[in-house]
Ligand binder design. Structure first.
Ligand code: AMP
Length: 399
């Protein structure tokens, strides 16, 4: 069975074609600068990459070229589109109604339109991607996998904000949580790596990348997560502030004469690692600057490490313990020093890592970095959201 996974952003579209019989990616690529001008990079394992500057007026143009390349005599990997059994779309937000991966039609797409207001950045491009797929491959089973659906199990006291309740009723203001597909994937791997069912485990997963979130999963159910109504809450990120005293926000807006949109841009685009360090949103560059003696870059990393520790501690309290701690995504998978610092002086909780194993952990591999005999097992697990989407899609079409 072959599944095409689509992840559409505002001006980009990523794709991966999976052969689910082997679990392998047989082609993948990236369409960029959609609606601006355009470029495509098309990759097939073991063969030379193809890159072309093209014109993408919209997501339809991008999907059309992807399908053309996949079936191309020289650059393709399949001879006909009928070989694609189904399409899986990544959708960040499913609102309060779309709470599991599902095959979608008019009704679900209409609902996605109705919640664009609470998901203005990621909603419209995701819908454009879905609609382009429907137009280019009519009748093909089309699944949506929502980042938010992993959090359908959050108890109400973990998702309601202490604001006037009417805002929840009127505007659906609540914690939704994001990165759910990644947290679900790595949590699933924990069960295999530990050889124990998730129903017996308390797991904390740290997805630390350009966007970062931490999720607590107790006995197989997500019980809390750090991102909230939007992916802005929680940890400091590349350019996003994460949590701050809410009153600071209107105060800065008043002092600087910022409109709500400008304030949003400041919180989303100029804060986090970039905001504190003034150097970069990229953790590698911030680290390099810190090592070269830049004190604000040092401070940005210190704030990040401290906030990760505090969240882990709070989820240990929320679950009355932890069995497994996981690091994933760009920073979590690669930044050994950050992992070492997060796990330092956590012995009260039973967390201890083997510093040599952590230091030498090969990139892109699942590694158990726990110290011998430590009560909590700590893993580095590369995330694979696209595979999870393909797997969900396959399950939906074979059900
Ligand atoms: P992601 O959003 O998962 O692609 O992660 C992107 C983030 O991972 C960026 O901040 C990168 O700087 C960071 N990253 C990638 N490789 C490394 C590395 N070797 N050390 C530290 N950070 C890294």
């Amino acid at each position: 069975m072959k599944i095409l996974v689509i992840n559409a952003g505002s001006s980009s579209l990523k794709y991966q074609l999976f052969d689910m019989d082997t679990g392998e990616v047989i082609a993948k690529g990236l369409c960029e600068k959609i609606g601006i001008d355009g470029a495509i990079t098309h990759k097939r394992p073991g063969r030379e990459d193809y890159h072309a500057e093209v014109t993408f007026r919209d997501h339809d143009d991008a999907i059309a070229l992807v399908l053309k390349l996949l079936t191309d005599k020289d650059l393709g990997v399949i001879s006909d589109l009928s070989e694609i059994d189904a399409i899986g779309n990544r959708v960040a937000h499913g609102g309060e109604k779309l709470r599991r991966s599902m095959l979608v039609g008019d009704e679900e797409i209409q609902y996605l339109y109705s919640i664009v207001g609470i998901n203005p950045l990621h909603g419209p491009p995701a819908i454009k991607g879905i609609e382009a797929c429907r137009r280019q491959m009519p009748g093909k089973p089309l699944a949506c996998v929502f980042d938010t659906s992993y959090y359908a199990t959050l108890p109400d006291y973990a998702y309601i904000y202490p604001l006037p309740y009417e805002y929840y009723e009127k505007y659906l203001i609540r914690r939704y949580g994001f990165h759910g597909t990644s947290h679900r994937y790595v949590t699933g791997r924990v069960s295999e790596l530990c050889g124990r069912p998730l129903e017996e485990l308390k797991v904390i997963t740290c997805h630390l990348g350009n966007g970062s979130s931490i999720t607590a999963t107790k006995y197989g159910k997500a019980v809390d997560t750090s991102m909230g109504f939007t992916p802005q809450e929680g940890l400091p990120m590349g350019t996003r502030s994460g949590s701050v005293d809410p009153t600071v926000i209107p105060y800065i807006a008043r002092m600087e004469g910022l409109t709500p949109d400008e304030t949003d841009k400041m919180l989303n685009g100029k804060s986090g690692l970039l905001g504190i360090s003034g150097v970069s949103s990229d953790c590698r560059e911030v680290r390099a600057a810190a090592e070269a003696g830049n004190d604000r870059a040092r401070l940005a990393l210190d704030v990040l490490v401290y906030d990760i520790k505090k969240l882990i501690g709070s989820y240990i309290a929320a679950m009355n313990g932890v069995d497994v701690l996981v690091f994933t995504a760009g920073i979590g998978e690669n930044d050994r020093d950050l992992r070492r610092r997060v796990c330092a002086e956590m012995d009260f909780f039973g967390i201890a890592i083997d510093e040599a194993v952590n230091e030498n952990a090969p990139r892109g591999k699942e590694v158990d970095i726990s110290a011998p005999g430590s009560r909590v097992r700590t893993f580095v697990i590369p995330t694979d959201e696209e595979y999870m989407i393909a797997l969900d899609t396959m399950k939906l079409v074979t059900k």
